[in-house]
Design a protein around this ligand. Structure first.
Ligand code: NAD
Length: 258
């Protein structure tokens, strides 16, 4: 029970395929008490059911659109009221318009560019700013966000999301640099392709999966539970020396040059 007595707040569960859900299962399995947010009434009941299936109280499930400061204020205020501080923050949220996940990156319009950056990159900073005082109450904390190799290299069709991931990766380093003195660690997991709602929006996603299977050192794709276990590691006492890091959970694909 690596996380016995710890509290966590998870952004990004949409359904049982969500990476955030795999992370939630790993953290809850290690004894953490969790709160969840969901975006939009359409998925509320599904997220509530999933949260309840973890046992415990599983009751803190709050609406949050990460583009809305008021929503974020309410979530962190409520979490503080119920948990009296916070140990773990999971940021597993991203969005880009479907038309920008195919074709030419150069065609990306200004408002879609800003929307992708707002939801997929800025939201981490907006969350961490609000988490900081709660984590200070616990004398430290661990933040984990989800990124992808498309922020480090040009990946076909990933386009504006790759630019947002590059901003997210840089945010991880700046946040880690600033919050280290408060013993708050900030890391990212760069996952290989996983069949989720968000991934299905990327044109040619199945081609990407097949390519990983052929080229990755482990000659396979990863499973969401492997991402969950890595998040658990990063949030646990086993990783107290790690911050500002991007851990690739991609069967080794990132290591290949060709
Ligand atoms: P998902 O669709 O299950 O999760 C995306 C989440 O983002 C959803 O819960 C959705 O509600 C949320 N979201 C979108 N806009 C929001 C907003 N305005 N406010 C609040 N929430 C909002 O898909 P996923 O693949 O689990 O994605 C989670 C993270 O993992 C994303 O950052 C994604 O880029 C990253 N990632 C995914 C893969 C993959 O292959 N699936 C690989 C690497 C990284």
């Amino acid at each position: 029970m690596l996380l016995q007595g710890k509290t966590g707040l998870i952004f990004g569960v949409a359904n049982k395929r969500s990476i955030a859900w795999a992370i939630a299962q790993a953290l809850a399995g290690a004894g953490a008490r969790l709160a969840f947010t969901y975006q939009g009434e359409r998925i509320e009941s599904g997220v509530r059911e999933l949260a309840a299936s973890l046992g415990g109280d599983g009751s803190l499930v709050l609406p949050c659109d990460v583009t809305k400061d008021d929503d974020l204020d309410t979530v962190f205020g409520e979490v503080d009221r119920q948990f009296d501080g916070l140990d773990i923050l999971i940021h597993s949220v991203a969005f880009a318009a479907k038309e920008d996940l195919e074709g030419r990156f150069v065609e990306t319009g200004r408002s879609n560019f800003l929307l992708a950056m707002d939801i997929s990159a800025y939201s981490l900073t907006a969350m961490v700013r609000r988490a900081e005082p709660l984590m200070v109450k616990r004398r430290g904390g661990s933040v984990v966000t989800m990124t992808y190799l498309g922020g480090e290299r040009a990946v076909p069709n990933y386009n504006v999301m790759g630019v947002a991931k590059a901003a997210l990766d840089a945010s991880v380093r700046y946040l880690a640099a600033e919050l280290g003195t408060a013993n708050i660690r900030v890391n990212a997991i760069s996952a290989g392709p996983l069949r989720t709602l968000a991934a299905r929006a990327i044109s040619g996603f199945t081609v990407m999966e097949e390519h990983y299977e052929k080229r990755a050192p482990l000659r396979r794709n990863v499973d969401a539970s492997e991402v969950g276990q890595t998040a658990l590691f990063l949030c646990s006492p086993m990783a107290t020396g790690i911050t500002g890091e991007i851990v690739h959970v991609d069967a080794g694909y990132h290591a290949m040059g060709f």
